[in-house]
Design a protein around this ligand. Structure first.
Ligand code: PLP
Length: 405
């Protein structure tokens, strides 16, 4: 590695924008400044860019163009889906089923609804982070109005059995939402094949600009009988068919669409490359560093996610040492990394609080090179060794035994 070049291994937290996307966004910031609701040429032009972007996004998940709704983020999409369904379906029932490893956007939207009288079941997961579809079926009651299970976990990379969940939800006539922020643009998604009713994504996780998200709403939020099943949570103008008011951020939405277009063309090849890198890191680390183990499912995981545990160590210490070597990784999800609480995901897969703090998430991306993997694999064992030699007391304290390296 050249000196001072930063190795960015935190693509699950956010991705750098693709240069092709930057070009697209800049072009539209200069040219497409009209309000997409205005009736003069500049407005109509913005409207056209907006609708072209919608088509591009629909294409990637095999959705109808009219079922695509732009939002400001993945978080907003999750909130609109969950609260929108809850508010509209209160008379049908007050029960929601989700998992215990959801992103905070889903988890805390559900917890807010609990304060408002809804009942929420948080399904447990196995040691790999997988929900049990039989348990899901068993938890369904006459009151269940929504199932919200993430497509792929942002910390440990495990991919949930979405097709089975969709089938069950469809059979029981329950609305199915999935937070697909981590999976979208990385693995193929077909909302029809998977029986998905609502799907949340975010632009900045797929090399697009920050502050843009999308919610897919099957049949524009109408059930087969014509009744609405989702209600907006913000009120204002008639943008996005009244589902999500406020002036559309057309330049960034166009950038998001460009990112989607690139993903559609390059996803397959990129996933192959990243899977190879991923497995190389996992194999090398598990073989060469004592006390290291893998979190998440060994196969059913995102192509770009490596999540490692190191016994008797603090993830944060490893992170800081790696940063001094110009490597940027994570201890878990970005939103929890500045709190001292162990990750709810790692506790849910059965790690102890001590084990949960000794973890390192390495998420690769489009611009990751073989050279960076080489550098990481020669740096990590050295860094771990140095930490273990420096703090033998911690090791004693933690394991009652000094770790042999
Ligand atoms: C990043 C992320 C979100 C939030 O998306 P933002 O656009 O950052 O609000 C939600 N869910 C998952 C799984 C994520 O990884």
């Amino acid at each position: 590695m050249r000196k001072n070049e930063f190795v960015y291994f935190d693509n699950a937290a956010s991705t750098p924008m693709d240069p092709r996307v930057i070009e697209e966004v800049c072009r539209h910031f200069k040219m497409t400044y009209g309000n997409a609701s205005s009736l003069h040429s500049m407005g109509l032009n913005a409207k056209e860019v907006l609708e072209e972007s919608r088509k591009m996004v629909a294409l990637l998940i095999n959705a109808k163009v009219g079922d695509i709704f732009f939002t400001s983020s993945g978080t907003e999409s999750d909130n609109l889906a969950i609260k929108g369904v809850a508010l509209q379906n209160r008379s049908r029932g007050n029960h929601i089923i989700t998992s215990s490893i959801e992103h905070h956007a889903v988890e805390n939207a559900c917890k807010e609804l609990m304060k408002q009288g809804f009942e929420v079941t948080f399904l447990t997961v196995d040691e790999y982070g997988l929900i049990d579809v039989e348990q899901l079926e068993a938890e369904i009651t006459d009151e269940t109005i929504l199932i919200s299970i993430m497509f792929a976990n942002n910390e440990i990379g495990t991919m949930e059995p979405i097709k089975d969940i969709g089938r069950i939800a469809r059979e029981r006539d329950i609305i199915f939402h999935t937070d697909a922020v981590q999976a979208f643009g990385k693995v193929p998604i077909d909302v029809d094949e998977l029986s998905i009713d609502l799907l949340s994504v975010s632009s900045h996780k797929i090399y697009g600009p920050k502050g843009v998200g999308m919610l897919y709403i099957r049949n524009q939020g109408r059930r087969a009988n014509g009744c609405k099943y989702i209600r907006p949570i913000m009120h204002g103008g008639s943008h996005e068919k009244n589902m999500r008011p406020s002036t559309e951020n057309v330049p960034c939405i166009a950038g998001f669409a460009k990112a989607v277009e690139i993903a559609r063309k390059e996803m397959k090849q990129e996933a192959q490359k990243l899977t190879r890198f991923r497995d190389r890191i996992i194999t090398t680390v598990l073989n060469n560093i004592s006390g290291a183990y893998l979190n998440g499912h060994p196969m059913q995981r995102l192509p770009n996610n490596v999540h490692l545990g190191f016994r008797c160590m603090e993830g944060e210490t490893i992170l800081i040492s790696l940063n001094m070597e110009n490597i940027g990784a994570s201890t878990g999800s970005a939103c929890t990394s500045n709190s001292t609480k162990p990750s709810h995901v790692l506790l849910a897969i059965g790690l102890t609080p001590e084990e949960a703090t000794g973890s390192l998430r390495v998420t690769l991306g489009r611009f990751t090179t073989e050279e960076e993997i080489d550098y990481f694999l020669e740096t990590l064992p050295r860094v771990i060794n140095e930490i273990r030699n420096m703090a033998p007391l911690d090791s004693w304290f933690c394991c009652g035994n000094r770790v042999k390296i």
